[in-house]
Design a protein around this ligand. Structure first.
Ligand code: CP
Ligand code: NVA
Length: 319
């Protein structure tokens, strides 16, 4: 069973193929084509945290591909509360052809996948946001023509989004510079895994964004306080002061530099409104690309990775 829990799981050429297909699907969509490639298929969505883009883009993608989706949030989706994660997975995965999970703990996604009889997609955990990274890399490809050789400077927290984008850049031969305050960078296990799996890329940790953005093709930022970290908000506001993507920082970057944000944005914290709404922002192109990238992912997982005969729980019969 092939799951999509993390970008670590994909080889660079597989990732590249997915991005090319996403761009083809976007072009087809813009021509008004809606090929029913997933007719009769059902996508389950189980979300422990709020979502606009991830939920809506997956549901729209399934509808446009001729399939349907079933959304479960708390309390219906309270995995591990009403029943155990394995029991939840073993039941739901018999009704769905794939399940998207948005969880607090990455371990929950892994535990669900271990007991699921259909492919599982990580729709954001505390460790990773690989669907976001797919759309981001697609957007870089679309805007710059290629990901390889580009430099992305991520300003802010070395969080789930930063990790997935760093791995994606590493797989495709781009340079990733993390400008994060002390204590918010990537940890040693992540750096070791990066060195093992991302030989094509380069990863640099550089504390001060003003010393990094002059090399940037892309400046990327995300919220300083992720979902689940709300109790740390006041402390984080202090630690991240000086890490805002604003007009002064952008003025230090080359004129071709573009600004990315996964959204939702906390305007006035990690990014100013004038930058997010400005001509150099490609944040809303990223948001739009979530749907096309996920269509390519669903096609790949459901049509190319497993034959229907492989899917489904074992059946017990009395001989
Ligand atoms: N970027 C992203 O995942 O947005 P949502 O939290 O709205 O799904
Ligand atoms: N890092 C953010 C991303 C939201 C899409 C969070 O986890 O809340």
């Amino acid at each position: 069973m092939t799951h999509f829990l993390s970008l670590w799981d994909l080889e660079g050429d597989q990732l590249n193929d997915l991005l090319q297909d996403a761009l083809r699907l976007k072009a087809a969509h813009q021509r008004g084509e809606r090929p029913p490639l997933l007719a009769g298929r059902v996508l389950g969505l189980v979300f422990e945290k709020p979502s606009l883009r991830t939920r809506a883009s997956f549901e729209a993608a399934m509808a446009q591909l001729g399939g349907t989706s079933v959304f479960l949030s708390n309390p219906d989706g309270a995995m591990g509360v009403r029943e155990s994660v394995p029991d939840f997975a073993r039941s739901l995965s018999q009704y769905a052809d794939a399940v998207v999970l948005r969880t607090f703990k990455h371990k929950t996604v892994e535990e669900f996948a271990a007991h699921s009889c259909c492919p599982v997609i990580n729709g954001l955990s505390d460790a990773e946001h690989p669907c976001q990274a797919l759309a981001d890399l697609m957007t870089v490809q679309e805007v710059f023509g290629d990901v390889r050789g580009r430099t992305l400077v991520f300003v802010g927290d070395g969080n789930n989004v930063a990790r997935s984008v760093a791995v994606g850049c590493g797989k495709l031969g781009a340079r990733f510079i993390l400008a994060a305050p002390e204590g918010y960078g990537f940890d040693e296990p992540f750096l070791q895994a990066y060195r093992r799996h991302c030989r094509a890329g380069e990863l640099v940790q550089n504390g001060d964004p003003r010393h990094a953005v002059d090399q940037a093709d892309i400046i990327y930022t995300d919220v300083w306080t992720s979902m689940g970290q709300e109790a740390e908000r006041e402390l984080r506001l202090q630690h991240f002061a000086g890490y805002q993507v604003n007009a002064d920082l952008l003025a230090l970057a080359p004129s071709h530099t573009r600004v990315m944000h996964c959204l939702p944005a906390h305007r006035g914290e990690e990014v100013t409104g004038d930058v997010l709404d400005g001509a150099r922002s490609i944040a809303f192109q990223q948001a739009g690309n979530r749907m096309h990238a996920q269509k390519a992912l669903l096609k790949w997982l459901l049509l190319e990775q497993q034959a229907p005969a492989e899917v489904g729980a074992p059946i017990s019969r009395v001989p």
